[in-house]
Design a protein around this ligand. Structure first.
Ligand code: WTA
Length: 634
């Protein structure tokens, strides 16, 4: 499966495009299937209906755990590094991980979980989060991981949408000097749900928590006494593996569905080739399992390759801004995969702190989640990689399941801020707003993908039409990514950012509509419009224009109240950076807010707003602009 040179990449890419079914058929044979597939692929993007490895039978955890545990039982699967360096770190071998997953799987069975049931996971970034996910997969239950920073209401919405019967959580989590009261938030969430029958609670921080003896079960009272083997449930290749919620331009977050066989093949293949992982390497991805990066490149991709990874509970700046570098030295990390936001925020602390660490174990650096600007790229390359480690700028999405455009480490010639070239099997195309394919190089357009790959989204949970509309209806016969993209003279791809109403804040996707819905619940606000604007650390910041019901005397207080409300409804990641009180919003005659103009004002543009003739009341633009300028002068 491993590509070893740039020439080989080009050959493999060509072959994969000309014979996609043959190509993936050969890759899929590297895994353990209970029954081989009858046919590699059936698809259309119209419905959409996409099936890979049809009638293949397998359990993904056999490939993640049983096979590596047999091959190298004592090899470390995970090193756990706690929030504070003085707390206890430990490691888990493949054999131990298999046993722990089996025990958790048997406990879930005891709690009544069956194949096809949905299980919500709301956990800190600790090995048990991973164990819980794999335990679900072991028994054919579908996991729905909810990031620990989401609010009670967001958790409740996700539980309700998927009708989860079990929630797995912990008393609390630790992030720097903050305690995240997970159980308390979960209790609050469950009040507005009807499907949860049992809550499995891990004792992690020892925080005192409310405990409902009928409903709540302590992890330590049910998991450790289970048998250390659990027969894997045999799944169909197209059986659901997990649901992961993500924000779009409209409405509530949607549950992106990934299935078993294709997801396994693609995450394993992409991990191996992008990172060029070798058997003794130590890999560390700093994401949280609450996001797709955690699913594909902390849990499934690395385990499927028998890799050794670091799991870290804390944050980059606690107890100081050298924490990442200290962890790299401690475990002799060879592969370090993080987000541009983390890089930019650490850049702000200067290079003296880095000089205290060797960082000489590093071989490959990775970037994910948002465009990496050239300056951050150079800083990362020089100061962390010491000018000798390639940076793999990996472009992909929750919906793509795995990395689609990225350099292969030490193989693809790099260009700062370019995700470079597609992986084998991936056919990116750029289209104009009418859907015409833009040919040639030195061009820019909307990024679409022309042919399915094994880990493409199958549906949005409970609402297939929404999946069709969001991804497959904008342009006929294409998967639309929602991203803008350039292709330069060498055919290299550079992602320029979202072209829809999604803001990417510190690598987290947040729909503007979701934030507006939250803001509009404030009693003194009639209407709001939210846009993104360039932010030096977070990539994009959140700028909200609000129309009040009455004169606002204290805008600072209103800003705080709005952010408290957003924190309660969505979570702190969606807090606004700037709020501007306005008397009206630029709307077209049909009542649509012209966000393009609001974006320009937020960016600091003062005169070039493009065509404003379709506006119902063009004078609003001037008023908003003047008010902004005035507030900046103050
Ligand atoms: C953005 C995260 C530029 C993009 C894996 C995409 C990127 C969205 C990159 C998906 C990158 C992700 N360069 N932009 N290397 N990686 N993005 O679903 O806008 O959380 O559509 O998946 O992040 O975010 P998601």
């Amino acid at each position: 499966m491993l590509i070893k040179s740039f020439d080989e990449y080009k050959q493999v890419y060509d072959y994969s495009i000309k014979n996609p079914e043959k190509f993936w058929d050969e890759i899929a044979q590297n895994f353990y299937w209970r029954k081989k597939w009858d046919k590699v692929l059936e698809w259309n993007f119209r419905d959409p209906n996409i099936k890979w490895f049809i009638n293949g039978k397998l359990n993904i955890t056999e490939n993640c755990l049983d096979i590596p545990a047999k091959k190298h039982p004592d090899k470390i699967a995970f090193y756990f590094e706690p929030n504070h360096p003085d707390e206890k770190s430990y490691s888990i071998s493949y054999k131990e991980l298999l046993e722990k997953v089996c025990q958790a799987a048997n406990a879930l069975k005891e709690l009544g979980v069956k194949k096809g049931d949905r299980v919500a996971i709301y956990m800190p970034m600790i090995p048990e989060a991973t164990i819980a996910m794999l335990a679900c997969a072991r028994i054919g239950a579908i996991h729905s991981v909810v990031f620990g920073g989401f609010s009670a209401q967001s958790l409740a919405d996700r539980i309700n949408d998927a009708e989860c019967s079990i929630l797995i959580t912990a008393d609390a989590g630790k992030r720097g000097n903050k305690i995240v009261p997970l159980k308390q938030t979960a209790d609050e969430a469950i009040k507005s749900t009807h499907s949860i029958k049992k809550v499995l609670v891990l004792k992690h921080t020892g925080e005192s928590i409310a405990f409902d003896n009928q409903r709540d079960v302590w992890w330590h009272e049910i998991v450790p006494q289970q048998k250390t083997f659990c027969e894997p449930e045999v799944m169909d290749s197209e059986d659901m593996l997990f649901i992961l919620y993500t924000s779009g331009s409209t409405g509530k977050p949607k549950g992106v569905v990934h299935t078993t066989g294709g997801y396994m093949v693609y995450t394993a293949y992409s991990f191996l080739n992008v990172f060029q992982y070798e058997p003794n390497d130590i890999y560390w991805c700093t994401a949280d399992v609450g996001w797709i990066t955690g699913h594909s490149y902390i849990v499934y991709g690395p385990l499927l390759n028998g890799a050794t990874s670091v799991i870290f509970e804390g944050i980059p700046t606690f107890p100081d801004a050298g924490r990442f570098w200290q962890i790299i030295d401690k475990y002799k990390v060879t592969h370090f995969y993080t987000a541009p936001t983390a890089i930019r925020s650490l850049e702000a602390f200067g290079t003296d702190i880095i000089k205290q660490y060797k960082l000489d174990s590093l071989k490959v650096l990775g970037s994910v989640g948002e465009p990496i600007n050239e300056e951050a790229w150079e800083w990362y390359y020089q100061n962390i990689g010491k000018g000798k480690c390639p940076i793999v700028d990996t472009w992909w999405q929750t919906e793509t399941g795995g990395i689609l455009i990225s350099p292969l480490a030490n193989i693809t010639p790099l260009k700062p801020s370019y995700a470079t070239l597609p992986l084998p099997g991936i056919i990116p195309v750029l289209v104009d707003d009418k859907g015409n394919e833009i040919q040639g190089n030195n061009v820019e357009g909307n990024l679409c993908i022309k042919f399915p790959w094994p880990s493409i989204i199958r549906t949005t949970y409970g609402n297939h039409e929404r999946c069709r509309q969001t991804y497959f209806s904008t342009y006929e016969n294409l998967y639309f990514t929602g991203d803008g993209c350039k292709r330069d003279q060498d055919g290299y791809y550079r992602i320029t950012g979202r072209v829809d109403d999604v803001i990417n804040v510190s690598g987290h996707r947040i729909g503007t509509a979701e934030i507006e819905d939250a803001i509009n619940q404030h009693p003194d606000i009639v209407e709001s419009a939210v846009v993104g604007y360039p932010h030096p650390i977070k990539g994009q910041g959140i700028y909200a224009y609000v129309i009040p019901t009455k004169e606002i005397k204290d805008v600072k207080l209103l800003h705080k109240e709005v952010n408290d409300l957003i924190t309660k409804i969505i979570g702190p990641i969606a807090k606004t950076d700037v709020i501007q009180v306005v008397s009206g919003l630029p709307k077209t005659r049909s009542g649509k807010i012209m966000r393009r103009i609001l974006r320009k004002i937020a960016e600091g543009e003062t005169y070039n707003f493009g065509d404003t003739t379709t506006l119902l009341d063009p004078s609003v633009v001037d008023e908003i602009k003047q008010a902004k300028l005035k507030s900046e002068l103050r």
